[in-house]
Ligand binder design. Structure first.
Ligand code: ADP
Ligand code: MG
Length: 614
């Protein structure tokens, strides 16, 4: 329960709604609680009428008047002081009952309108809070948490907490109001009968609580199995070519059938438990009604404790009014338990501090000056792999550097450290005079354009994908210009809807090279001070590569550029080439210098020349 305390701030935020909701609950219950009294009154009147007709003594007349609610009493006084006939009075009572039911229903409608709507607002706020926190967390967090887990938090867990802030709270307050009102009038009327009649209700509440716990456990298991089933199906659809080419249809079917069977077994089990749920509830409720009539009837026959047929009628209605709220205790309790478990998970996550923090006192400024990697050693936190060892490199402002090396030599790590996806284990990175750790994170990332190795495009239009980082949507010309610099404009113009073409599952399927160039355009449109391209021409053919390199050269003119690759672009004149091996620099110099050194670069260069004589 203590975990749920963290959502109480939202109750304070929506306190007006909550208070109104409570008021409506009380009003709704008040009007509903008057109906048994009016009904009881009518029954007594009818009985009296019969007795008068058969000339029996009218001993019990007006004996219970003092026990009615003030409003009911006033109503009774009014109709009795009038000259209306007995029949008219009964009809008046019927109309009153109808009006009371309508009033009760109306306020119940308002109560749902305020409390359930409040819970939706809280749900919205909570989702935003979580999403926002997700975005603040660093790459490391995403490495150790699975996407399914993250998705669950923002959908499943939040909706469970909503069951607490909405229905659970509503039912609890409603329960308190119903019990308060009916107990008050029941005890006032006849405390003995009250005690007998209510005795099965606690059993009802406890039974429902236990059955509900079983149902919840089973549903959770079913949910997990369903999720497995969906994953299997999803993977089979997306991997259908692999399945077919390796002739694994039968095996996949067997796998699916097994999962499906397990799911069916559990679902049937749940259906069985649910099948006894309502009958047992009905039984317990029936027991209360039975007790009311039996014991009330006994008192009536023996003229004990002032019980009249009206009293019994009144009590039967009270009992039926109480059973729903009391049975709600059971599932409200398990609802709250589940909400608490979900909120606990949410709290754990919301309390996770991002490892990469922005210096709060730092001011935004234009980035300029040399980039200095000062004795950087970096070990990936969760795998313990040391990707860079005492790495020293100075890149002068405006220099274009080619960073070359085999897969796993640490090239991408350098890019990620520069953008502060991670902080170095040892050493520091300076741009100009400033340690990147002391710069505002946003300021740094806005001015350094990074095209990652694993490209990601959104299921959105080409234009929106390119202008993704821009605070205001840039003009069409600007988008087109960025695409031209990335040598992808011509191909985009060839699409049906050109820049409005949708990318992704329901749009065009782009080639790897096209995707790479669209993400280059995305990086260029920012007009950054520094660009870092991580192996982003790997899927581009030789001719396009030449074209793009020539275009880039124009664009990069006064900018600092780090181009990471595992092959050489002979047409691009780099100021310097740095060769990395096992997280350490092995070669560093101009094209001519490195050719003369006859190392990895020279070897690769000659190899590429013979491969591609163009
Ligand atoms: P390159 O880009 O040159 O191929 P990387 O910088 O990606 O090399 O990788 C350098 C080393 O760090 C490799 O041994 C790789 O396995 C490891 N590595 C890379 N990324 C991660 C990561 N996110 N978590 C753990 N280890 C990583
Ligand atoms: Mg890499």
């Amino acid at each position: 329960m203590k975990h749920l305390r963290s959502v109480h701030k939202y109750f304070w935020k929506y306190r007006v709604r909550l208070l109104l909701g409570i008021l409506f609950i009380i009003l709704s219950n008040y009007f509903r609680i008057l109906t048994p009294q009016v009904s009881g009154y009518v029954v007594d009147k009818v009985e009296q009428a019969i007795k008068t007709k058969t000339n029996t003594s009218i001993a019990q007349e007006q004996k219970r008047e003092s026990n009615y609610d003030l409003l009911v009493q006033k109503f009774i006084n009014t109709i009795e002081s009038g000259t209306n006939s007995f029949g008219k009075n009964v009809i008046l009572c019927a109309i009153t009952l109808l009006v009371l039911a309508l009033l009760g229903g109306f306020f119940m409608f308002l109560m749902r309108q305020t409390i359930i709507v409040m819970s939706r607002h809280i749900e919205y706020d909570q989702k935003n809070e979580i999403f926002n926190h997700y975005q603040e967390l660093d790459t490391h967090f995403y490495r150790v948490h699975s996407t399914g887990d993250l998705m669950n938090r923002i959908s499943e867990d939040v909706s469970r907490v909503r069951m607490y802030t909405g229905p659970a709270i509503m039912y609890l307050i409603n329960l308190a109001a119903t019990i308060g009102f009916s107990l008050f009038f029941m005890i006032k009327e006849n405390w003995r009968l009250t005690a007998f009649v209510l005795s099965p209700l606690p059993i009802l509440a406890i039974t429902i609580y236990y059955v509900n716990t079983i149902i919840n456990k089973k549903s959770e298991r079913i949910q997990a199995l369903l999720s497995d089933l969906t994953t299997t199906a999803q993977e089979s659809y997306s991997g259908i070519r692999v399945i077919k080419s390796f002739v694994q249809e039968k095996a996949m079917l067997g796998f699916f059938t097994k999962n499906s069977n397990e799911y069916k077994k559990n679902a049937v089990g749940l259906a069985k438990v649910e099948a006894i749920y309502f009958p047992s509830m009905a039984l317990l409720i029936g027991l209360s009604t039975l007790l009311t009539i039996a014991i009330g009837g006994w008192y009536l026959i023996h003229h004990q404790y002032n019980v009249s047929p009206g009293t019994i009628t009144e009590f039967v209605i009270y009992v039926n009014m109480l059973t729903f709220p009391v049975s709600a205790i059971g599932w409200t309790a398990s609802m709250i338990q589940r909400a608490a478990a979900s909120q606990k998970r949410l709290n754990e996550f919301l309390q996770t501090e991002p490892g990469i923090k922005s210096n709060p006192s730092a001011k935004d400024q234009k980035i300029s000056g040399d980039i200095i990697f000062d004795n950087i050693t970096f070990t990936y936190p969760h795998t313990g792999i040391t990707a860079l060892k005492h790495f020293n490199l100075t890149i002068h402002e405006g220099e274009k550097i080619l960073l070359l090396g085999r897969t796993g030599s640490g090239k991408s790590t350098i890019a990620q450290l520069l953008l502060r996806f991670y902080d170095p284990t040892e050493g520091k990175i300076l741009i100009g005079e400033n340690d990147t750790k002391q710069m505002p994170l946003k300021n740094l990332r806005e001015q350094v354009s990074y095209v990652p190795q694993d490209i990601f495009l959104f299921s959105d239009s080409v234009a929106d994908n390119i202008s993704f980082s821009m605070p205001v949507t840039p003009s069409h010309e600007k988008i087109k210009q960025a695409a031209s610099f990335a040598s992808v404009d011509k191909e985009i113009m060839g699409f049906d809807k050109q820049y409005d073409t949708m990318i992704g599952e329901r749009g065009v399927t782009l080639s790897g090279g096209q995707k790479q160039r669209i993400s280059i355009a995305r990086a260029l449109i920012k007009d950054p001070e520094i660009v870092v391209f991580d192996d982003c021409l790997s899927a581009v053919d030789a001719k396009t590569e030449n074209e793009i390199v020539t275009n880039l050269y124009k664009f990069l003119n006064d900018k600092t550029a780090i181009i990471i690759t595992h092959r050489i672009f002979s047409s691009f004149r780099f100021n310097r080439i740095v060769v990395l091996e096992d997280g350490m620099i092995t070669e560093n110099g101009t094209h001519e210098e490195l050719l003369e050194r006859n190392g990895y670069y020279a070897e690769l260069y000659r190899l590429q020349l013979t491969e591609r004589p163009s």
